[in-house]
Write a protein that binds this ligand. Structure first.
Ligand SMILES: *Cc1c(COP(=O)(O)O)cnc(C)c1O
Length: 425
């Protein structure tokens, strides 16, 4: 029997669904999840010692490839000095300085341990700062699993959200408005009607949790103009895009200065670290300076900070993001070409170290459009690629990630594998 299957069966006895985060269970694609034994560069090896070219990269953090020697060394050195203190360290100051240096919109920043904590805390902060309750999010954007953000659109144009998870009281989501991504009219109508009650707008500035979806320039401009006009806080949730789409993040690409930004994934270099920061007048409302409470026993953990600092320094090498961008663009284009040759309708897109491919004629602009893709075909392609030793995200609604260890030659190998996969499905 496959060792992956054996571990999955064993795991299911003691872990719900055998996994510690739902998408890992292969629910959408079926089959047995691959249990990772070790990983290096662009590759990982599963429990059966089969080798895979990894396009998930821990869902984004592995931008340098797995187990980069300098990152590993930084973590080892930190570990020898103690694992956690519950008291401040120099590393925390250094990584905060680094983040503030790289992101002009961030004057002050606080470290936390997960993206969920970062987004949850920014929402609380925006409410505390404005004294307002309403928050606006967009359908298909994921901001972690705190109650007020686990919400789906109600029916009708201007409706408050309904819980999208069991265990979330409707009372927790009744202040959350869910709008359509890229719908400028709906956004401005919402502000006209409720603008003076809206504490904040939170968005994935380039969406990566409903496959890869880019905002239009008009949408981005309207977001900044309306939040400014009505005194609402604009939150760029860059947990996925931060330091991945560009060194200056999505906000740099957009030429937008958000009020608050959340970071995670790349910023921790594979360790549990996330951050939120922005305008000093808003950040000054957090305890101990202000009355908005926020805390964490392991916040700014020295091992996580060491991994994050080493990663942030390495990605500042000249040409780093340009190389990532060229390679993911080539991958996206190559996948579309391979599909076209096989007569399979497929579109694709990319930005920096992120890519998306869609089993539909055109690149989607919203959640509704993203869900109009051919899921059975995606499943067949996913498994054909897995057989080829290429590990794609096990869901049609996730973006793909490359690392700097994904060389041009590996990208060409992947396109060749896709050509064979399309021919067989
Ligand atoms: C991953 C992600 C989160 C949640 O981060 P966790 O570390 O998984 O809690 C929040 N927002 C976005 C945009 C993400 O991609």
């Amino acid at each position: 029997m496959s060792r992956n299957l054996e571990l999955f069966e064993r795991g299911k006895q003691v872990i719900p669904g055998g996994v510690n985060s739902p998408v890992r269970a292969f629910g959408q694609v079926g089959g047995t999840p691959r249990f990772v034994k070790r990983a290096e560069g662009a590759w990982f090896w599963d429990a059966d010692d089969k080798q895979y070219l990894d396009y998930v990269g821990s869902w984004g953090p592995a931008i340098l490839g797995h187990a980069h020697p300098e990152v590993v060394k930084a973590v080892q050195d930190a570990a020898v000095g103690g694992l956690s203190f519950g008291a401040p360290t120099e590393g925390e100051v250094a990584i905060a300085e680094e983040i503030c240096k790289l992101l002009p919109s961030v004057e002050q920043v606080r470290l936390v341990s997960s993206g969920t904590e970062a987004t949850m805390s920014t929402i609380r902060l925006a409410r505390g700062f404005t004294g307002r309750d309403l928050i606006v999010k967009f359908e298909g954007c994921y901001h972690g699993h705190s109650d007020s953000l686990l919400v789906k659109a109600g029916s009708g144009l201007l409706t408050f959200g309904n819980p999208s998870s069991g265990g979330v009281p409707a009372d927790c989501t009744k202040h959350t408005l869910v709008l359509q991504y890229n719908d400028v009219n709906q956004l401005s109508d919402t502000f006209k009607e409720l603008g003076d009650k809206i504490a904040c707008v939170i968005l994935e500035p380039i969406a990566g949790n409903m496959n890869l979806i880019k905002p239009s320039a008009e949408f981005v401009k309207a977001l900044r103009a309306l939040t400014e006009q009505y005194g609402a806080v604009l939150i760029y949730d860059e947990v996925m895009t931060g330091f991945r789409v560009a060194l200056e993040c999505a906000q740099g690409l957009h030429g937008i200065t958000p009020d608050l930004t959340t970071l995670g994934k790349v910023v921790g270099g594979g360790m549990p670290l996330a951050a939120f920061g922005g305008r000093a007048d808003i950040m000054g409302k957090i305890a101990p300076l202000g009355n908005v409470y926020q805390a964490g026993t392991l916040s700014g953990n020295p091992l996580s900070v060491a991994a994050g600092l080493a990663t942030l320094r390495l990605i500042q090498q000249p040409g780093f993001h340009a190389a990532l961008g060229t390679r993911s663009a080539r991958l996206a284009q190559g996948l579309a070409e391979a599909a076209r040759e096989a007569g399979v309708p497929l579109s694709s897109d990319s930005v920096g170290g992120m890519f998306g491919f869609y089993f539909s004629e055109s690149v989607p602009a919203s959640y509704a459009e993203a869900t109009r893709c051919d899921i059975p075909r995606f499943k067949a392609f996913f498994h054909a690629m897995l057989d080829e030793g290429v590990y794609l995200a096990p869901s049609a609604y996730e973006a793909g990630f490359i690392s700097i260890a994904h060389t041009e030659a590996l990208i060409e190998d992947t396109i060749a594998a896709a050509r064979r996969a399309f021919a067989n499905i």
